[in-house]
Design a protein around this ligand. Structure first.
Ligand code: NA7
Length: 544
């Protein structure tokens, strides 16, 4: 019984999203490990279990955004190129049908504490409702958005209308029909909520601190016939996916911005724009994220294309300012469908809370610093997450000396290859700090890191190694590598969650590996091929 107190297991995985389900399947079904999952929610799906706000959908196209496991893609058919949350939940139900993950998963089991016990050589793990588990290996597969972020505005809890954080949207749905809707934040989530609500709301008001430099999604229906035909190439496609920088179905062009004449450049940008999705970001000139002058060309193109779509001059200057708020693509662009046209309509609005910040929330609505009160029926908080590190810092992980990871990472983030931490022996994590996380397609990233963890466990078993602990030196070296890679790019210029700059007081540093999936994979393989380079493989007691 996976819910019992004092659960004993070889591997305990925390989280049943893309990462946790992949690990469970491979470790249990292919390698014969005894595996259990603790999941805080009530179903599989990770972020797609939590996300059900209006318009929630993935902005990476299928079949790139799915498992490469053949028995999962063979007979599965999507209805749209960019599926919404309900279809992604159906996909996870199908995954369950094929893989039977749930029989080894304890839901409503939020981990609130864990420490490696040097005597038993096992992890002791505690859940919020007081159960314990003991496992030789602990794997955190909690995603990069496990800790919500709320604004610290005065009066936030006095609002009498409906107010929800995007990842805590009521399952039963919230009707926006005929309502006055406020959307706080312009990340991917805020853009999706705003454009969806604008279909039937009386008005939608977007509170914008930084404009999102959105790209056209070019959503379309997919037929079964075309998918069946394309499936002949899926094996090749999934192999190719791992050779690209971001684990996508395409990669950067092999030339720089100024290798092309202005006319060629315009035509190239135009073709990427027409194809839609992230092409303008991830299939563009290879110097786009490295060279400011090159990047300015991309911004100019984006700016011209977007300004054309907004007729109201004030809204145009706010949502698509002539001067770039940050280098193009250094904050995550959202894929939109008709966002600009929707907000341009007279009943809708955008409020500049960079220059006119929110002063307080009242029973009726939101007051900005200029004293104006706007009244709303619904406030959607699309203010994001303490991304990448917040989740793991919030689960009571203690190192072998009793120090909480929260303190270990207080002034900077340290890991070995973005999957292990010093003095957290036999613990791994994926889709988190210092991995390719934010710069890659989720399923590609978890398969790349998951395969490494799986191979590491198999090697430990084969070589009879019972204790694996990253060294502090290895962590320092990895931190340096992550920083150096990022410093060559334009990413550090922007105040983004990539840089930890979205949370007040959080250390500003690059939280993601910016070298791309192939380079990352090579670094990680090097560790395995060289006898766990950067790890101690004997417990201190055993040494004595
Ligand atoms: P994001 O991308 O972190 O966006 C959060 C937005 O909320 C962003 O526009 C922030 O403005 C804004 N924000 C955050 N705190 C405040 C306060 N206190 N006041 C005003 N505005 C605020 O989160 P999402 O949920 O949209 O997306 C998360 C990821 O999930 C996304 O990138 C995809 O990978 C999927 P800012 O830009 O910092 O000025």
């Amino acid at each position: 019984d996976v819910y019992k107190d004092n659960l004993e297991t070889e591997v305990l995985i925390v989280g049943a999203g893309f990462g946790g389900v992949y690990l469970m399947h491979k470790l249990r079904d292919e390698l014969g490990f005894d595996c259990k999952i603790y999941e805080a929610g009530t179903d599989l799906g990770g972020i797609w279990h939590w996300n059900c706000y209006p318009g929630a959908r993935v902005d990476t196209q299928v079949p790139i955004y799915e498992y490469s496991i053949e028995k999962l893609w063979k007979d599965w058919t999507w209805s749209e190129k960019y599926p919404d949350w309900s279809e992604l939940r159906r996909y996870f139900a199908y995954v369950e049908e094929k893989l039977q993950i749930k029989k080894d998963t304890a839901f409503e089991s939020r981990v609130v504490g864990a420490q490696f016990n040097m005597e038993t050589q096992k992890w002791d793990v505690k859940t919020q409702d007081g159960r314990t588990a003991h496992a030789k290996y602990l794997i955190n597969a909690i995603g990069f958005a496990a800790k919500r972020h709320f604004p610290d505005w005065e009066g936030l809890d006095t609002f009498k209308g409906e107010m929800y954080h995007s990842s805590f949207w009521p399952e039963s749905g919230v009707s926006t029909k005929g309502k006055k809707v406020a959307v706080i934040g312009t990340g991917s989530t805020g853009i999706q909520i705003a454009q969806e609500s604008a279909k039937d709301a009386e008005s939608v008001t977007v509170f914008q601190r930084t404009p999102n430099l959105c790209l056209p999604m070019r959503q379309r229906k997919l037929t079964k016939e075309e998918q069946d035909r394309d499936k002949e190439n899926y094996r090749e496609l999934y192999k190719y996916r791992m050779t690209t920088f971001a684990g996508f179905g395409y990669d950067f062009a092999d030339r720089n911005t100024f290798d092309d004449s202005p006319e060629e450049r315009e035509a190239f940008f135009e073709s990427l724009w027409e194809e839609g999705g992230f092409k303008f970001w991830l299939a563009t000139y290879k110097d786009n994220l490295f060279d400011r002058a090159a990047n300015d060309e991309a911004y100019k193109f984006w700016n011209k294309k977007t300004r054309e779509r907004i007729t109201d001059p004030r809204k145009r200057d706010l949502m698509a300012p002539t001067k770039a708020p940050h280098p193009w693509g250094t904050k995550r662009p959202s894929l939109e469908q008709n966002f600009y046209e929707a907000i341009d309509r007279p009943e809708n609005d955008v409020v500049d809370i960079k220059n006119n910040p929110v002063k307080k929330v009242t029973e009726k609505g939101i007051v900005t610093s200029d004293g104006q009160e706007r009244e709303f029926d619904i406030i959607a908080l699309a203010t994001g997450f303490d991304s990448v590190t917040g989740g793991m810092k919030n689960m009571g992980l203690l190192d072998i000396n009793g120090v909480d990871l929260r303190e270990r990472w207080a002034d900077g983030t340290y890991s070995h290859v973005g999957m292990a931490c010093a003095d957290f022996p036999n613990m791994f994590f994926l889709y988190g700090a210092q991995g390719p996380t934010a710069f890659s397609n989720g399923p590609s990233c978890v398969e790349c890191q998951g395969d490494w963890i799986i191979d590491a466990l198999a090697k430990l078993r084969k070589e009879n190694i019972s204790y694996l602990n990253a060294t502090r030196d290895a962590e320092k070296a990895w931190n340096r590598k992550v920083t150096e890679l990022s410093d060559k790019t334009l990413f550090p210029i922007a105040d983004s969650w990539y840089m930890g700059a979205n949370i007040p007081g959080k250390t500003r540093e690059q939280l993601n590996f910016a070298g791309g999936i192939p380079m990352y994979e090579k670094e990680c393989r090097d560790v395995l091929d060289n006898n766990f380079k950067g790890f101690q493989t004997q417990a201190p007691a055993a040494k004595a």
